[in-house]
Design a protein around this ligand. Structure first.
Ligand code: F6P
Length: 357
């Protein structure tokens, strides 16, 4: 029997915002409405909007002219309806019922969700509850399993790399150690990529717990070789060897990673050290052209999947080709940096220290 033609779909953005969300919304909405004769319902503030039935029909002018716009026209939240609820608990069932009821009240044939790991966990749960769901991979951390890259990542690498470039000149002027913290609490893709692109002398990522003695001896060697300044790039999720051994996995530590690294440097070396935490600058602003291209490719692919009734998957990039993977892949685990990744090898070959030698 021919698959039913999707007539109306809902779209929401969930989790941390990033450049490229509006480009992706545009990609889905323009192609679905203009080429596949669909209606699009915008759901506000992530899954919060589906719980509260806070949604409205999008008109063509709503998703026109937003390709280069930062943030998300729909708003977002970190609402994860099934978090901390057992799959069959009363709480989970009532939330699932609310979401299913509103999905039906809105007359949806499909729900398109743009988000990261937590978003795809919820998407997978909703698919299991019988809804038609398609995911698009979004995160500056690039830690979504199942795709080589998520949109938002390239723009964040551009921002962080440019910041590191700027720190070189001030570090050089003051003969200082500059420690810069970039985002990425589970995976170090952003720190690794921006660190190599920005010529970081030391790059610390969550996947390689660091030894402060290794950091300090690398800095001292540079100093003795006449290099009076150094740049240390730290992922917010980087931990020392001792911290990695702690039983409880702490998501947030105070002070944050860069301050912990800087204080260990200052305790041991007589070298002026300063800290910069890039924070939300990496999440703001207009998407890079690379992210606009990726978000458009992902969005239009999602529209084709809806037209074909191909649900329960996340759009993905594999070896340069746009494809899709079952939702359980991004829902099941994070995409961490392999410690033998070729980019780590290249960095080591140009003398970069990862705090482990
Ligand atoms: O998940 C992307 C991300 O930017 C992480 O890199 C960062 O740790 C987190 O979101 C910040 O979350 P929030 O926006 O809720 O403060």
């Amino acid at each position: 029997m021919a698959k039913p033609k999707t007539r109306t779909f809902g779209i929401l953005t969930s989790g941390g915002d990033c450049p490229g969300l509006n480009a992706a919304i545009r990609g889905v909405a323009k192609s679905a409405t203009e080429c596949f004769d669909m209606n699009v319902i915008g759901i506000s503030n992530g899954f919060r909007g589906l719980i509260d039935n806070d949604a409205h029909l999008l008109k063509p002018q709503d998703f026109s002219g937003i390709l280069t716009l930062g943030g998300t026209i729909l708003g977002t939240s970190r609402e994860q309806p099934f978090k901390n609820t057992e799959r069959d608990s009363a709480a989970a069932l009532s939330k699932a019922d609310t979401l299913k009821d509103n999905y039906r009240k809105l007359g949806l044939d499909c729900l398109v969700v743009l988000g990261g790991g937590g978003t795809h966990k919820t998407a997978h749960q909703l698919q299991k509850e019988g809804l038609n769901v398609i995911g698009l991979p979004k995160t500056i951390d690039n830690d979504l399993y199942g795709t080589d890259v998520s949109f938002g990542f390239a723009s964040a690498v551009d921002v962080a790399s440019e910041a590191i470039d700027r720190l070189h000149s001030t570090a050089n002027s003051h003969n200082r150690i500059m420690v810069i913290e970039v985002m990425g609490h589970r995976a170090g893709w952003l720190a690794l990529s921006a660190g190599v692109a920005g010529g970081g002398d030391i790059i610390l990522i969550p996947e390689i717990p660091y030894d402060s003695d290794s950091i300090n001896s690398h800095l001292m060697k540079r100093y003795r070789d006449g290099k009076k300044f150094s740049i240390v790039v730290v992922a917010e999720g980087a931990v020392s060897v001792e911290e990695a051994k702690e039983k409880e996995k702490r998501k947030k530590r105070d002070p944050s990673a860069a301050y912990r690294v800087a204080s260990r440097i200052e305790e041991s070396l007589d070298l002026e050290t300063r800290v910069t935490v890039l924070g939300y600058i990496q999440r703001g602003g207009s998407p890079s052209p690379q992210d606009r291209l990726l978000a458009t490719r992902f969005g239009t692919h999602a529209a084709k999947m809806m037209a074909e009734g191909d649900f329960g998957k996340m759009v993905a990039l594999k070896c340069g080709e746009v494809t899709s993977v079952p939702l359980e892949e991004p829902a099941s685990k994070a995409r961490l940096v392999p410690t033998d990744h070729p980019l780590i090898e290249s960095a080591r070959l140009v003398g970069t220290c990862f705090g482990d030698d």
